[in-house]
Write a protein that binds this ligand. Structure first.
Ligand SMILES: O=C(O)c1ccc[n+]([C@@H]2O[C@H](COP(=O)([O-])O)[C@@H](O)[C@H]2O)c1
Ligand SMILES: Cc1cc2nc[nH]c2cc1C
Length: 361
């Protein structure tokens, strides 16, 4: 499934991009006056192979949740049970992601790809896949948390592949149900440590530049976290040309599933709005599998985690908003969604100088 998905990912359609640029020149506004929205709409035309590209709606957030053996190294101040407890909160509609999803009219799908402790909720039979009012739980657990990447490979290649396949499957399911844009979400206590390690592995950045404070560690814990990332890279020596090997050695199940979601969206020429540092670390893996997958990626926001900026630079993506967020769950992507919608809506609805009878300069 991974191979066929990667084979289906095509570069952007230059003809549609040229048509979008040309249309922008005729719309009733000074050329370039919509700033980055103009190039964004051109990229989305290239992805869709059509001008204008379809409006990015309805929107669907997929939150992949997993736990991490490296939690045992003391890299997060939070207990591991919070991952499962927050799934309960997502399904009850009480998390920040739910508030932002209600505001955006987006559906929320929570996917357990490897939570370690028992879930507080049974899978919900939502009336439809894309019901914005009812969060949905999908159980696709590969194992109850990864192994400790400071000691051994976090996952086997088969386990990492299973999670990637789950991400592709969820992308297909959401797009089949009508989603016009996918948003990445994640939940996993300890998951900023594998994210930092993935970013260092794929970009070659020093662990000090790739590692952040996650949920908020103090100075000694931060220094220890950087040392854990550095030691993991030395132990596993991951090869960036082998993304599945990198995900298995130093990744997490939600990172692998997010890479699959991104690849699945790209194969279906559907935009995927990236959230924070976990999403962009997964995006590096997706780009290593299929460089053209970057055409489907829109960077929602700049996470406060420094590794996010390192990863975005490597991908050549500029984030749409920069609000100092470091929550995850898909919250930054949801706040950026109206910007993406606005960029596309302009190509659908704005009059041309000709049609509106407005004089050109
Ligand atoms: O999205 C981000 O950039 C982000 C930055 C810092 C923390 N998080 C969230 O916080 C959790 C991981 O933090 P930590 O300190 O336990 O590694 C996990 O549930 C992430 O969704 C998310
Ligand atoms: C409370 C809490 C909520 C979260 N949402 C995403 N990561 C999180 C981590 C914690 C600790």
């Amino acid at each position: 499934m991974l191979e066929t998905t990667v084979a289906a990912i095509r570069p952007a359609d230059e003809t549609a991009m040229a048509a979008a640029r040309e249309l922008h020149g005729r719309l009733t506004k000074p050329a370039g006056s919509l700033g980055v929205l103009e190039e964004l709409s051109v990229r989305l035309a290239g992805l869709a192979g059509a001008c204008p590209p379809p409006l990015p709606e309805p929107a669907a957030v997929a939150i992949f949740a997993g736990d991490h053996g490296v939690h045992a190294q003391g890299v997060s101040p939070w207990p591991q049970e919070v991952t499962a407890q927050m799934i309960g909160n997502f399904l009850a509609g009480g998390a920040v992601v739910n508030a932002f999803a209600r505001q955006a009219g987006a559906s929320v799908t929570v996917v357990d790809v490897g939570v370690a402790t028992p879930l507080p909720a049974e899978p919900v039979a939502a009336p439809t896949v894309l019901d914005p009012a009812v969060p949905r739980l999908v159980v696709a657990s590969v194992r109850r948390g990864t192994r400790d990447l400071a000691v051994t490979a976090a996952l086997t290649r088969d386990e990492a592949l299973e999670a990637v396949h789950t991400g592709i499957r969820i992308a297909d399911e959401l797009i089949d149900a009508g989603a016009g844009i996918l948003l990445t979400g994640d939940m996993g206590i300890g998951n900023t440590t594998p994210a930092a390690t993935l970013i260092a592995a794929f970009t070659g950045a020093d662990p000090l530049d790739a590692t952040g404070r996650g949920t908020g560690v103090d100075d000694p814990t931060y220094a220890h976290k950087v040392a854990v990332v550095r030691a993991a890279l030395a132990r596993h020596n991951p090869d960036p040309a082998d993304p599945l090997g990198v995900l298995a050695a130093v990744g997490g199940l939600e990172h692998a599933a997010l890479a699959g979601l991104i690849l699945g969206a790209a194969a279906r020429r559907t935009p995927v709005l990236l959230d924070g540092v976990i999403a962009v670390s997964a995006a590096l893996a997706a780009a290593a599998f299929a460089p053209a997958a970057v055409c489907a990626m829109v960077a929602g926001h700049r996470s406060a985690e420094p590794g996010a900026t390192v990863a975005l630079r490597h991908l050549g993506l500029d984030p749409l908003i920069d609000l100092g967020l470091r929550l995850g769950e898909g919250t930054g992507a949801l706040l950026a969604l109206p910007v993406v919608s606005g960029a596309v809506r302009v190509l659908h609805e704005v009059a041309t100088f000709d049609s509106a009878g407005v004089a050109e300069k």
